[in-house]
Design a binder for this molecule. Structure first.
Ligand SMILES: Nc1ncnc2c1ncn2[C@@H]1O[C@H](COP(=O)(O)OP(=O)(O)OP(=O)(O)O)[C@@H](O)[C@H]1O
Ligand SMILES: [Mg+2]
Length: 237
């Protein structure tokens, strides 16, 4: 078996300076995530889950240690290089969707593509339609977020996250604001994106059911990462 490592962190640390105090949510973390793996990240509030997600997504930079995603050493990139890398390689899914309220579902999904001047209008159109189709919302393209249910809004947000065809998806409590059934649909979609489309997914969650949908669960606590028992359950199902 030859599993390709997609995310690789070594001795990864992140500290914040708050006045005279230094907070170190992440301390010397080692982590490997395979290509196409759907990983859940759990842990108490304030343990650094979002901090880790933001490092992996190239939104923030580590204080020390190494971090490579898809074979690219993110620690060697400047902030603007990271932004450029992120627009091609990483989709971010938020708990509260973060759709633009005055834009339709179609226009929200199209947004990330407007940055890519090499795409023609026709190419953009095809990509947006296929992303909306993949999340099962082709028939809602003309609706604004206020005309959609929470589950549908999150599916539009997933379409936006995948429209530029990134290899990596990060999700910060993507089911945290949804009822159980809508949440289950989102988890099925994420599973399919990993299983059928080879996306590598890191999902922060407080929900054990959500973690069970993932192939592997890690726990972050007091700056340290450990494999969680939920992984065993996931493997048995
Ligand atoms: N930009 C920042 N500046 C200073 N401190 C920060 C910053 N971002 C996060 N922190 C601190 O780092 C620690 C970890 O925060 P983080 O948001 O990663 O936690 P979390 O595990 O995602 O929590 P939650 O489950 O509540 O979302 C907290 O103590 C937080 O106050
Ligand atoms: Mg958080």
């Amino acid at each position: 078996m030859n599993t390709e490592i997609f995310i690789e962190c070594e001795k990864l640390s992140k500290s914040y300076q708050k006045g005279r105090n230094t907070i170190t949510p992440l301390e010397s973390l080692d982590l490997e995530v395979s290509k196409g793996e759907f990983m859940a990240l759990m842990g108490p509030s304030g343990s650094g889950k979002t901090t880790l997600l933001n490092l992996i997504a190239g939104i923030d930079r580590p204080t020390s240690g190494t971090l490579a995603v898809g074979g690219e050493d993110l620690t060697s990139y400047s902030r603007s290089e990271l932004t450029e890398w992120r627009s091609r390689n990483c989709g971010y899914i938020f708990q509260l969707y973060h759709l633009v309220p005055i834009l339709t579902a179609y226009e929200n999904v199209e947004l990330p593509l407007l940055l890519d001047k090499s795409l023609s209008r026709k190419q953009r159109n095809e990509r947006v339609e296929s992303a909306l189709d993949l999340v099962g919302l082709a028939d809602r393209a003309g609706h604004r977020p206020s005309e959609l249910s929470g589950g549908q809004e999150q599916r539009v947000a997933i379409a936006r996250a995948i429209v530029a065809d990134p290899g990596l998806l990060v999700a910060d409590e993507p089911t945290g604001d949804l009822d159980r059934e809508s949440g289950a649909q989102i988890l099925e979609l994420l599973k399919a994106l990993a299983g059928d489309y080879g996306k590598t997914i890191v999902m922060v969650t407080h929900d054990v059911l959500a973690a069970e949908a993932a192939a592997r669960t890690l726990r972050l606590d007091k700056g340290r990462l450990s494999e969680s028992g939920a992984q065993l359950k996931g493997e048995l199902v």
